[in-house]
Write a protein that binds this ligand. Structure first.
Ligand code: 3H9
Length: 690
């Protein structure tokens, strides 16, 4: 036996242990000895039962994702499961940590599954643009019923062991030494000597399936899939489990898997899986750099942003002291948080007692001195340099010397803020995205003087509260908002030349975005941009005109669209069309049809161009960091892997050529291809070393 798989004995019970750190993925060097072990033990008359478990922190967390996209080496997972199913003595999977994807599918080849009370079980393949390809879609419905299987497989969300027990996925849950309990369980099953039925042969849960109801649920899921192929394939395959004989359904699953795994969407989603993990690795922040302990967070400002940030921390069980300038503002902020939690309670996603616990994690104050015991304080006040400096001046005076100062600025110069405090090495940007209690992205802005330890603390903190951190450098708008601004720079011109907001937005939703730019402006409120433009002496003919008419977006019932009776559904508004056409006429621009391709070239291509400038300047460390920012902060479609991944699919050569064209037409800088983009156009790839 190799080290990846070992066999030990406890009397007449054989224990097969997989040991492939860090997550016991089913790599080739595991599959080969695992198959051999099972074949040997299946035929060994001295073995009464087999327990299959894992060493280390988890049960098998799935197939080895790094092997996808390469020719699959035999034996495959399904070969192993096929052998498991022929074994005529009890086979028991002993699950701790996470049994995910191929890991859970492996257990479905066993007669029994027993789990540690803290284990989680799931089929998350859909998140990688795949469907379970090791029989999961065909076997799981046989254990838990088709509707539950559909939900679990299409969502990819793992379930906790107690729930798995209640739905029939596992046969026993143990709190204590899992292995000895599993051995005891196997010994009892061997002694009972009852008939052993493989999962493939259990048909009672699918025999009476309500196909009409199943189809209605599957249709609803398809609607939500927004152009993603994997959720549809998952639903189709679970349906096959009901309607086709086992082997036929299994073969269909295999074919669907093969199609998805070689497609661009899955490639994109696998890229994002590894990109997210890469983003957590930051130059100069090795294991030797220890994060500081954070027992209490302070937040200055209880507006929408401050309140959302406060919720993010108390949700992660970190107590928060929330400061406002006066009682009234503080009470308003607390009432908003309370209301948000009440909505969750009404929806059933939070219990009353969990809400009470979270609210109890909040301490409210109007005195800076009450922040003295905080280990990290985030300011979320008005976006104005002098206001921010004033806040940090006060914080500097009351906080302990090693407390960390963080600004939630979206645009301002973090180095300038740092220069105004006595502890610049303890200052950084923590840029949350609204709503901060929901959005996963956290841009961590590293100032010139930010200490490695401070950065390590921010990274660790992000993980604690379930955020996806990306470390970025200082520039106007950092990575996300800087690229967003490049995306919008020509949008108004598109309207004036002939497009309408609803047409541009449809190009975006067809691309896979949850909404287009004009829907987004209406949602965010047009007055904010209007105020900023006025302050900078800038104009935007259409948006300014809308604001002058009191059309601030959703909150005023009209903006680029009309929202009838408080609805959030954007309706195209003939009035807006007339206004746009009047501006075109005023400027003597003859309106012309604008194609979807042109809309993409004039919005997304400049955004890619800006991304390459961000890389040239070292504001982002890697192209994949930019992808993580856009997918998690701005709704870039996961099936396209983020802007920089998509750019490669689209073709850097084509992008440069079209940017040059638009640069010639408009003379706008945003279309002038960067040096890096030109280099990428030569080879079809972004260079490894920038
Ligand atoms: C599948 O099973 C298909 C089958 O249906 C069909 C087959 C025919 N492979 O996340 P972490 C690496 S699809 C390769 O930081 P955590 C990861 O990149 C699979 N590598 O740890 C990282 O490497 P590094 C279905 C993997 O404790 C290191 O392990 N399964 C895999 O925060 C630690 O990972 C899944 O989708 C893998 N499968 O979380 C589960 N998994 O240190 C995917 C991890 O170099 N995995 N790595 O950056 C997870 O969700 C989490 O890793 C897990 C642990 C929850 C297990």
């Amino acid at each position: 036996m190799t080290e990846a798989v070992t066999i030990t004995r406890d009397g007449n019970i054989a224990v097969v242990t997989v040991d492939n750190p860090p997550v016991n993925a089913l790599s080739f060097h595991v599959r080969e000895p695992l198959l051999a072990a099972l074949e040997t033990l299946g035929g060994d008359a001295s073995v009464a039962a087999i327990v299959l478990g894992c060493a280390g922190r988890t049960f098998v967390a799935g197939a080895d994702i790094t092997e996808f996209g390469k020719p699959m080496r035999k034996p495959e997972l399904r070969d192993i499961i096929a052998v498991l199913e022929t074994i005529q003595k009890p086979t028991v999977a002993a699950i701790h940590g996470t049994a995910l994807g191929g890991g859970l599918e492996l257990t479905l080849g066993c007669h029994f599954r027993v789990a540690d009370v803290n284990a989680r079980l799931g089929l998350p393949e859909v998140k990688l643009g795949l469907l379970p390809g090791g029989g999961g879609t065909i076997r799981l419905p046989r254990l838990v019923g088709p509707e539950m299987a559909l939900k679990a497989i299409v969502s990819g969300t793992p379930m906790a062991a107690p729930e798995a027990l209640s739905v029939g996925l596992v046969d026993a849950v143990f709190d204590g030494d899992l292995l000895s309990n599993a051995i005891g369980f196997a010994r009892r099953k061997a002694a009972e000597g009852g008939s052993l039925v493989a999962v493939r042969d259990r048909s009672e849960r699918i025999a009476n399936a309500d196909l009409a109801r199943f189809d209605a649920e599957a249709a609803e899921l398809a609607r939500k899939a927004r152009g993603l192929e994997a959720p549809l394939a998952c639903a189709q395959s679970v349906r096959n489990a009901i309607t086709l004989p086992f082997d036929e359904a299994l073969a269909e699953e295999r074919a669907l898997f093969a199609k998805l795994v070689s497609g661009d969407q899955s490639r994109a989603q696998r890229h994002l899986f590894f990109a997210e993990r890469e983003a957590a690795k930051v130059a100069g922040i090795g294991k030797e750099v220890k994060p500081r302990p954070i027992a209490r967070i302070g937040i200055v400002g209880a507006g929408t942003m401050g309140g959302g940030i406060a919720m993010a921390f108390v949700n992660g069980a970190i107590p928060v002291t929330l400061l406002e300038m006066n009682r009234e503002a503080l009470d308003r902020g607390l009432a908003m948080i309370d209301k948000n939690y009440s909505i969750s309670v009404a929806r059933g996603s939070l219990t009353e007692s969990a809400k009470a616990k979270r609210m109890a994690g909040l301490t409210a104050t109007i005195n800076y001195a009450d922040l003295a015991d905080c280990d990290l304080v985030i300011e979320a006040v008005f976006e104005d340099m002098s206001v921010k400096k004033e806040v940090f001046g006060k914080l500097d005076a009351v906080l302990k010397p090693d407390a960390i100062l963080a600004t939630n600025t979206s645009y301002l110069d973090v180095n300038e803020i740092a220069a105004s405090v006595a502890r610049p090495e303890n200052l950084l940007g923590l840029h949350f995205f609204s709503p901060a209690n929901v959005m996963k992205l956290l841009e961590i802005v590293r100032g010139e003087q930010t200490a490695p330890e401070v950065l390590a603390t921010a990274l660790a903190l992000a993980k604690t509260i379930g955020k996806i951190p990306v470390v970025v450098g200082v520039c106007h708008g950092f990575v996300g908002n800087r690229m967003l601004s490049a995306r919008s720079r020509d949008a108004e011109a598109l309207l004036i030349e002939g497009a309408l907001p609803e047409q541009i937005d449809k190009v975006f939703t067809d691309f896979g975005w949850p909404m287009g730019p004009f829907q987004m402006y209406d949602l965010a409120g047009l007055d904010i941009g209007w105020r900023n433009r006025k302050a900078r002496g800038e104009t935007a003919a259409i948006a300014d005109a809308l604001c002058e008419q009191g059309r601030f977006g959703q909150k005023s019932g009209k903006g680029f669209y009309l929202y009838e009776g408080g609805s959030r559904i954007p309706l195209p508004d003939p009035h807006v069309r007339t206004l746009i056409e009047a501006i075109s006429a005023e400027r003597e621009i003859e309106r012309r049809p604008i194609s979807a391709a042109e809309i993409i070239e004039r919005t997304l291509y400049p955004m890619i161009n800006e991304g390459t400038k961000i890389l040239e300047e070292g504001i982002a460390a890697r192209a994949s960091d930019i992808d993580i920012v856009w997918v998690n902060g701005y709704g870039f479609p996961v099936g396209k892997g983020g802007p920089m991944f998509w750019a490669e699919l689209e073709g850097f050569g084509k992008i440069v050529e079209r940017l040059e064209h638009w640069h010639e037409q408009t003379a706008k800088d945003v279309f002038k291809p960067s040096r890096l983009l030109r280099r990428a156009a030569e080879t079809g790839k972004l260079p490894a070393n920038i």
